[in-house]
Design a protein around this ligand. Structure first.
Ligand code: DQA
Length: 147
């Protein structure tokens, strides 16, 4: 069973092609590879998934337990989805929100995250490296809890 999950929301399957000035040139497969390598070096199980369907993400979150850790880039659902926020609250899964771009330095609608209040914290604007930093944090968190 994976204990650290990395869920990517809508349009993140297009990374590499999509607005590289905001999201960089790395593909989602490359990002996932780096993140999973970081977990496996630490001997921790991790799994990455992406969806363009909000219901899928809700089902995946509801299937987590409070022993899991979630690294989540909700994409545009960050700014719109009370349902995703409520699912995280309901499951009480520790969640770290990640964005490739700095959502606070772009259009006004992006600065509001509905997910931030139910997250441990937010990494925003560090590009693909943000995911690896999030994974390092998640590993430490899970190792601390296992003691
Ligand atoms: C994003 C920022 C969101 O505003 C946007 O809708 C995305 C990507 C990011 O990673 O920077 O799809 O979450």
């Amino acid at each position: 069973m994976a204990s650290i999950w990395v869920f990517h929301g809508p349009n993140l399957n297009l990374l590499g092609l999509r607005e590289p000035e905001h999201y960089g040139s790395r593909t989602l497969a490359e990002i996932n590879q780096d993140v999973l390598a970081t977990a496996s070096q630490a001997g921790i199980n991790a799994e990455c998934r992406q969806t363009n369907h909000e219901g899928d993400l809700l089902d995946w979150i509801q299937a987590l337990t409070s022993d899991d850790f979630l690294i989540l880039n909700p994409g545009a659902w960050t700014h719109t989805s009370y349902a995703i926020r409520d699912a995280i609250s309901a499951v009480r899964v520790p969640t770290l929100e990640v964005h490739l771009s700095n959502i606070h330095a772009r259009e006004a609608f992006r600065a509001n995250s509905l997910i931030a209040p139910v997250s441990i914290g937010q990494i925003s604007g560090l590009g693909a490296e943000g995911y690896v930093l999030a994974m390092r944090y998640a590993i430490d968190y899970q190792l601390r809890r296992a003691k």
